[in-house]
Write a protein of this length. Structure first.
Length: 238
């Protein structure tokens, strides 16, 4: 499948938004590898779910909407939105696609990517998933996270500049470790969680941590990008 259009990311009004790179494309490849699995996730009948949807400006104007598709897709830290746009092209319009980012420019960039690729993405300005819990508990079928994973001084984590997109603090895990405890709360009974990491993040340790919640993890895809050994970990209920 074709990579979504994202030429607006990383420049102009979106100069402080992370431009898709090798990690983004590895996550896209991992989703494409699971195309059949992802496309079949919504084939079973399910009860109507009531969930919160948000306006494209990501304000907290919440509407109770009946969604008959069992597919809820959530990307945490969507940046440009290119990964969610690809997922939407893969799975189709029957799913709900929520994209969170703490950076307002990233939410706007995600909206621009959605518009340019005719993808039904709904950006939400929030830190990780703070604005979505407990509303989305147990409903997320596909959870994506390409976190800031580079080992940096802790003071660079969450800064206002573009470095916040890659600065992961000690072991490159400070942001990832904030999300991990809520992953089991978010995932539906058939949910899949895809996480980008590098060797310095201790992937085996992450797999062990989520294993304590009965989530089985594995290295789904790997590649080398310069000095980094990039991997996509995939988790599902055991």
């Amino acid at each position: 499948m074709l990579t979504p259009v994202y030429s607006h990311a990383g420049r102009g009004d979106f100069r402080d938004v992370y431009e898709p790179a090798e990690d983004s494309f590895l996550l896209i490849d991992a989703l494409e590898k699971d195309a059949e699995l992802l496309q079949q996730m919504g084939s079973d009948a399910s009860p109507v779910h009531f969930i919160s949807t948000f306006s494209r400006t990501a304000s907290c104007r919440c509407l109770n909407v009946a969604v008959r598709s069992p597919r809820v897709c959530l990307e945490v830290g969507s940046g440009s939105g290119v990964v969610s746009a690809f997922l939407a092209s893969l799975v189709g319009p029957g799913a709900l696609y929520l994209c969170t980012d703490v950076n307002p420019a990233a939410a706007q960039c995600t909206a621009k990517t959605a518009s340019r690729n005719d993808a039904p993405l709904q950006p939400v300005i929030t830190s990780l998933v703070d604005a979505l819990l407990p509303r989305l508990s147990g409903t997320v079928d596909v959870l994506l996270f390409n976190p800031p994973y580079v080992v940096t001084p802790s003071e660079e984590v969450g800064s206002a500049g573009i470095e916040a997109a890659w600065a992961g603090g000690q072991r490159g895990r400070e942001v990832t470790d904030r999300l991990l405890p809520v992953v089991p709360q978010l995932l539906s009974s058939k949910g899949l969680f895809y996480l980008v990491c590098i060797a310095e993040n201790k992937p085996d340790e992450i797999i062990g941590l989520l294993g304590k919640f009965a989530l089985k993890g594995e290295t789904h895809m790997s590649t080398r990008a310069g000095n980094e050994r990039l991997s996509v970990l995939r988790f599902r209920w055991s």
